[in-house]
Design a protein around this ligand. Structure first.
Ligand SMILES: [Zn+2]
Length: 105
């Protein structure tokens, strides 16, 4: 579904790039942008309807090594998704580090 929208968007972009009539070119570009938007909205909805169960915001994970609750030591922006952050946890008991991605608003 998303792939279909993106394919349409690319098709319209290609047609727009080859079109010499400015009015038609603009119209084709608009179509391409509309399909891009649809693909984005669709992706967003899919993402919203499948929240990751194990990643509860505000709840510290247990250390995978010794089972102690871990301490949040750092939050950094996710390199690929602008609505996600990477949280870095550290176990005070054994020094084990653990990273997870969390959604922020
Ligand atoms: Zn530990």
């Amino acid at each position: 579904m998303i792939a279909g929208y993106l394919e349409h968007a690319l098709q319209f972009e290609r047609m727009a790039s080859e079109e010499t009539d400015p009015a038609l070119k603009e119209s084709l570009s608009k179509q391409a942008r509309a399909y891009h938007k649809l693909a984005e909205e669709r992706a967003e909805r899919l993402h919203l309807s499948h929240p990751p169960k194990s990643r509860t915001v505000g709840q510290a994970p247990s250390c995978p090594h010794c089972g102690q609750p871990m301490t949040l030591i750092q939050t950094i922006p996710h390199p690929h998704y602008k609505n996600l952050s990477e949280e870095v946890f550290e176990c005070e008991a054994c020094g084990e580090k653990y990273e997870r991605a969390v959604r922020h608003s």
